[in-house]
Ligand binder design. Structure first.
Ligand code: AMP
Length: 187
């Protein structure tokens, strides 16, 4: 993997642990010479991970819609900042540029982006690994919901396993590196 898209909060969260882990992941990406693709903001966990990589001399590409450029406070010191017209274009561009996708703790924006790569993998529109970095058990309830979907037969077991989950970024990466495109969902 030469590049990875990280979806994460434009807020910092209630506990320092989110920021601390984002910094460690940023250092790891810089050491591994993996380019970060992200939403281009200088605030929240988004800004934290970008800063951590830049501080280590790594490479960061931000993709931001023009109308959010001011509101989200676009990061001014990125390796590259790509401005697009719409939120849809932002996601498409990030999907095109990244070799894989990770969701860190975040709010609805993070989930919306993660769900797109998950569901596109499920129906075969995308064939790149995606994972959840479950810092501080933040996503436990979401993972329970996925198990409930499987139990209630609204999610196939094999689709449930399209994405990886780990609370440690190095083991999450090891899993993602073994990715093989899933069998396309049948009905
Ligand atoms: P949040 O997790 O809600 O803090 O949002 C994190 C990032 O997701 C921010 O950069 C938001 O602009 C972005 N975002 C929110 N909604 C969407 C959407 N519908 N499509 C793409 N990005 C979004």
């Amino acid at each position: 993997m030469k590049s990875i898209a990280v979806y994460c909060g434009s807020s910092l969260g209630a506990s320092e642990i989110y920021k601390e882990q984002a910094i460690l992941l940023g250092k790891f990406l810089a050491q591994e010479k993996i380019t970060l693709i992200y939403g281009g903001a200088s605030v929240g966990i988004m800004g934290t991970i970008a800063d951590a990589i830049l501080k280590e001399g790594g490479s960061v590409i931000g993709v931001i819609p023009t109308f959010l450029e001011q509101r989200e406070i676009a990061h001014k010191d990125l390796t590259e900042l790509i401005c697009v017209d719409t939120m849809h274009e932002r996601k498409a561009k990030m999907m095109e540029l990244a070799d894989g996708f990770i969701a860190l703790p975040g709010g609805p924006g993070t989930l919306e982006e993660f769900f797109e790569v998950f569901t596109w993998n499920q129906i075969g529109l995308l064939q790149k690994p995606c994972g959840i970095l479950n810092i501080n058990g933040y996503y436990n309830k979401l993972i329970e919901l996925f198990d409930h979907m499987v139990a209630e037969k609204f999610l196939q077991e094999r689709s449930r396993n399209v994405f990886y989950v780990d609370d440690n970024y190095e083991s999450l990466f090891s899993k993602m590196r073994t990715y093989e495109p899933p069998a396309i969902k049948t009905y």
